[in-house]
Design a protein around this ligand. Structure first.
Ligand code: FES
Ligand code: FES
Length: 162
């Protein structure tokens, strides 16, 4: 029997204490311990990107991250991307406008990945967006609209910054 670990994480700006088996992934901690079910499990092997979240603003695959590795860190999930008043993040708003999803299962991961892709400076052209978003699979084939949405969101964010 493994000992449980007591972890302190900041999730979407709120402090959380978690008592978990050391084997629990960050993905399962979010979904099953914190009932934040926006982060999806498409493969659990690091191959689909549906589980993408941010740790300290950087995108990570939460299925390949142990909850213990996020101890003391700041985690942002799709539920924490909008403003507290409900204003959507530009990536969320542009995904809606450009129909950049169908079933919606890959979408939280796509959006978290896209927000990071833009902040990394990897949204300069459709080719660059395709390359740096290639870790997020979409079987509904929404890729062309995803690229358009990200291009527009990158423009929105650069205008917000000025
Ligand atoms: S569930 Fe993490 S990459 Fe597929
Ligand atoms: S919207 Fe269905 S998998 Fe991407």
């Amino acid at each position: 029997m493994s000992e449980h670990l007591r972890l302190q994480l900041e999730i979407n700006g709120q402090p959380h204490t978690l008592l978990v088996d050391p084997r629990v992934t960050l993905l399962d901690a979010l979904r099953e311990h914190l009932t934040l079910t926006g982060t999806k499990k498409g493969c659990d092997q690091g191959q689909c990107g549906a589980c993408t979240v941010h740790i300290n603003g950087k995108r990570v695959l939460s299925c390949l991250t142990l909850a213990a590795q996020a101890n003391g860190q700041s985690v942002t999930t799709i539920e924490g991307l909008a403003q507290p008043d409900g204003t959507l993040h530009p990536v969320q708003a542009r995904f809606l406008e450009h129909d950049a999803f169908q079933c919606g299962y890959c979408t939280p991961g796509q959006i978290m990945s896209a927000a990071a892709c833009i902040s990394e400076g990897h949204a300069g052209s459709p080719e660059e967006i395709r390359e740096y978003m290639s870790g997020n699979l979409c079987r509904c084939g929404a890729y062309p609209n995803i690229v358009e949405a990200i291009q527009q969101a990158a423009v929105d964010l650069s205008q917000e910054a000025t």
